[in-house]
Design a protein around this ligand. Structure first.
Ligand code: PLP
Length: 425
């Protein structure tokens, strides 16, 4: 069988259009800031793990050699001790928060638990917690656990009518004076649906409920304004490119007297007094618990600086243009091959990934990775998620990815792959 054409597809009239978009792209130069050792590979999974910025390698080498290798424990007083808060201050403008209101520590899952529990304790007597069935599973597990730990209640999972769009009206209709907390993903992980943060926050506040947003799929790519928002958490390893397992961020509105359920010495007011009684820090530091993973934390700084330099407004503008372009091409080239769009068509309601559905999605994904050299990810039962990270994905990438998928289908490259997903993927 002939080699699958890897593109670019100079014979395709559409490729000239992609090139024109790339030529006009204000962020084009940022692509070279990321390590990419395989020019054939089209990486569309920055919504799962962002690419490695070249500056991160240099920075970590220095942290390891100088701060760890030479300075040893001296480094605790020379930046390590405050790195969680300093990194929070670096992220704050990227997520529309005030300095001093964001701290980086723990995984998103742990951060969610901390803030959900804290919120529930501020609403004693209220028994209902509202979320939706588009939320990431860890959020639902955490809500159950935090609700129980905070004294009990019911977690109500509002159903989306189509598995794509957030059930906004149903969430609003569920709100009453018994609701303690509403927790939703701002951009949902499967379909990329983007909630209207202000609308939901205001509706919840009208009944006196708190709101906790999961910004994992918006931080670094969709602008947010957290003024008036109670609480938020999010990953740093997706569009913020902080690296595998990079710790997450917590935003706590400075006006809230929220407590941390996992009290630890890093959240103590005067940790080096080694006081046997816990007295929480008055500021955001009280949401820290124990010793930080300094190397992972350090990796966030150069990565977040790139996002700040590019500007979240320009990043969003390119993200909208890329996702619009992908949907347009998928309608034209992939719909006749059995694919459907499983993301909102309206850009204002969409984050930076687009999901395609196909009855044979798992085999398509395997063929894409092995033979098409396009890396998406698969989400049960039939979603092929294409994440378009604007800092390093080009319009030519989108064009070529769509045509490579079409080539795999036309040349029947799927038949050799298993239909069922193996247990370990
Ligand atoms: C929306 C959302 N929340 C939470 C998580 C999980 O975060 P962690 O594994 O870092 O705790 C993910 C992971 O992809 C996610 O997409």
């Amino acid at each position: 069988m002939a080699e699958l054409g890897m593109g670019p597809f100079p014979d395709s009239a559409g490729f000239a259009e992609a090139q024109a978009h790339d030529a006009a792209d204000a962020l084009a130069e940022f692509r070279s800031r990321f390590i990419s050792d395989d020019p054939e590979l089209i990486y569309l999974d920055g919504n799962s793990l962002g690419r490695l910025p070249a500056a991160t390698s240099d920075h970590l080498e220095e942290v390891i050699a100088q701060e760890w290798g030479s300075r040893l424990i001296g480094s605790w007083g020379e930046g390590w001790w405050t790195l969680g808060r300093d990194t929070g201050d670096l992220l704050a403008p990227l997520i529309g928060a005030e300095p001093g209101s964001v701290v980086v520590a723990d995984s998103t899952t742990v951060c969610l638990f901390k803030l959900a529990w804290g919120a529930l304790r501020l609403r004693p007597g209220r028994t209902r917690v509202i979320t939706d069935d588009l939320n990431f599973p860890t959020d639902l597990y955490v809500l159950e656990a935090a609700t129980e730990a905070a004294g009990g209640g019911d977690v109500e999972v509002i159903q989306s009518h189509d598995g794509i769009n957030g059930p906004v009206e149903a969430v609003e209709a569920a709100l009453d004076a018994d609701v303690a907390l509403v927790t939703l993903s701002h951009v949902v992980f499967k379909s990329g649906y983007l909630y209207d943060m202000r609308r939901i926050t205001e509706a919840a506040h009208e009944v006196g409920a708190m709101v906790l947003w999961d910004l994992s799929h918006s931080a670094g790519v969709v602008p947010t304004d957290l003024s008036g928002v109670d609480l938020a958490v999010g990953c740093t390893y997706k569009y913020l490119n902080g690296g595998p397992g990079a710790p997450a961020f917590m935003y706590v509105n400075p006006e809230l007297p929220l407590e941390n359920p996992l009290a630890g010495w890093w959240g103590h007011r005067r940790p080096f007094d080694f006081d046997l009684e816990y007295r929480p820090a008055a500021d955001i530091a009280r949401f820290q618990t124990g010793t930080m993973p300094i190397l992972s934390l350090a990796a966030i700084t150069p990565a977040a600086q790139i996002v700040a330099e590019a500007g979240i407004g320009r990043i969003r503008a390119k993200s909208v243009a890329l996702t619009d372009y992908l949907i347009e091409l998928a309608d034209e080239v992939l719909s006749p091959l059995g694919f459907t769009i499983a993301s909102p068509r309206e850009a204002a309601r969409r984050g930076s990934h687009v999901s395609l559905r196909h009855p044979d999605a798992w085999r398509v994904v395997q063929a894409m990775i092995d033979e098409g050299r396009v890396v998406p990810d698969f989400r049960e039962p039939d979603n092929i998620r294409l994440g378009l990270a604007p800092l390093y994905v080009s319009f030519a990438d989108v064009h070529n990815a769509v045509h490579r998928i079409a080539g795999l289908m036309r040349e029947d490259r799927l038949s050799k792959y298993r239909r069922q997903r193996s247990t370990v993927t």
